[in-house]
Design a protein around this ligand. Structure first.
Ligand SMILES: Cc1ncc(COP(=O)(O)O)c(C=O)c1O
Length: 400
């Protein structure tokens, strides 16, 4: 195993602390490494593989598209851009979509929309409210919006124009923006992913929507990780019955084919004009087909309900097995986006879980994150619990 890694990686930049395995292929919620070892995938490529691996409806559609046209450029119309945009508009209650290829690109576009929204109103130095523990990406602007000093370290000077506030505290938001006519937008994840699976409360979401309406700010909700069905609704903020003005998407939208999208409502849909924004790969025929087919298959196979039900089952089982233990801080999240926060840093569990045949991640040092494919069955959820719980208990015993 080590020999494989040493032989395979000397020319790849050292940007990830990798688990020493290399995956070869997958089927459903299972993957196999190059040595033939099997894993149950509770990470889903970090909330990307919505339909799992090798989905029997997705594979032939992508094969068909690869054979027809992979890329053509935005100099020409791409018919599936309109099909996917129409579907996203229908599902979100918003109006227009810009396509790109990743989450940070979608967020970058959102930040540009917010700034131009301000400039169009005569605000020369627009400011955007962002949150503690937020993660919005690794470009200079999105890492500046991110609320994690580790992500920012070494990359200053950061982009200016951000005001940072704590989560779920409407008074803190009002105080931080009081009398400030340069504020143009509020930007957050409905459930923070990298920050430790931290949900915004329903009441808070409604309060922020109201405040944005009163003050003429854009409400921009980063649904890159929590969106596209993961929580049991198409978009996580829909649990609060609100509609944002700008919504970046990526990750699960293409089931593994790189894709990003910025969905905009009436206040933001016409800010960009020709020449204001663009990307070579965004909206290409392969990514669009992946997006169209992903949403179609999700609907056909009832994956929103599955995410809600299997997620609730998984959460209940974890509560039953780990609840009340002194080493457990909290189990959080919704649907198939769950975080199990321990009282101590527990990154070591990632490797141990892989040895036990389970793929997970640990984020924010002490939060075990479970974001499996939305096709997960109850039996597979039980298997996650059966593999994970003994590892957590052994970890606690060791630490005691
Ligand atoms: C909420 C959120 N926004 C943005 C990003 C950045 O996405 P990408 O890695 O595709 O640039 C991520 C990635 O983890 C994310 O979780």
């Amino acid at each position: 195993m080590t020999a494989f890694i040493e032989a395979a990686s000397p020319h790849v930049m050292n940007t990830y602390g990798r688990v020493p395995i290399a995956l070869s292929h997958g089927r459903g919620c299972r993957v196999w490494d190059v040595n033939g070892k099997e894993y149950l995938d509770a990470l889903g490529g970090i909330a990307v593989n919505t339909l799992g691996h090798g989905h029997p409806k997705l594979v032939p559609a992508l094969q068909d598209q690869v054979a027809k046209l992979i890329h053509s450029s935005n100099y020409y119309h791409v018919p599936n851009q309109e099909v996917l945009a129409k579907k996203l508009v229908e599902l979100s209650g918003m109006t227009n979509v810009f396509f790109c290829s990743t989450g940070l690109e979608a967020n970058e576009a959102a930040l540009k929309l917010a700034r131009k929204y301000g400039h169009d109103k005569g605000i020369e130095k627009p400011q955007i409210v962002v949150y503690d523990k937020a993660f919005h990406g690794r470009s200079i602007a999105t890492l500046s919006a991110t609320g994690n000093p580790k992500v920012q370290a070494g990359f200053g000077p950061l982009v200016e124009g951000f005001i940072r506030v704590p989560l779920n505290d409407i008074d803190a938001l009002k105080q931080a923006t009081e009398g400030n006519g340069d504020v143009v937008a509020v930007f957050f994840e409905t459930i923070q992913g990298e920050g430790g699976v931290n949900p915004m409360r329903v009441e808070y979401l409604k309060q922020v929507r109201e405040l944005c309406d009163q003050r003429g700010w854009l409400l921009m909700i980063d649904e890159v990780q929590c969106g596209v069905g993961r929580t049991g609704k198409w978009f996580a903020h829909q649990w609060a019955g609100i509609v944002p003005d700008v919504m970046p998407l990526a990750k699960g939208l293409g089931s593994g084919v790189p894709i990003g999208a910025v969905v905009a409502g009436p206040k933001a849909a016409h800010i960009f004009q020709p020449g204001n924004h663009g990307t070579t790969f965004g909206g290409n025929p392969l990514a669009m087909r992946a997006g169209v087919e992903t949403l179609r298959i999700m609907e056909e196979d009832g994956l929103l309900d599955n995410a809600a039900q299997v997620g609730a089952h998984l959460r209940a089982a974890l509560e039953r097995e780990l609840g009340g233990q002194p080493g457990l801080k909290e189990i959080r999240g919704q649907g198939l986006m769950l975080g199990v926060e321990l009282t101590q840093p527990c990154g070591v569990l990632v490797g141990r879980a892989a040895e036990a045949g389970l793929l997970i991640s640990v984020t924010a040092d002490s939060v075990i994150r479970l974001v499996p494919p939305l096709i997960l069955t109850r039996a597979e959820a039980d298997e996650i619990v059966a593999k994970l719980v003994p590892l957590v208990k052994a970890f606690w015993k060791e630490a005691a």
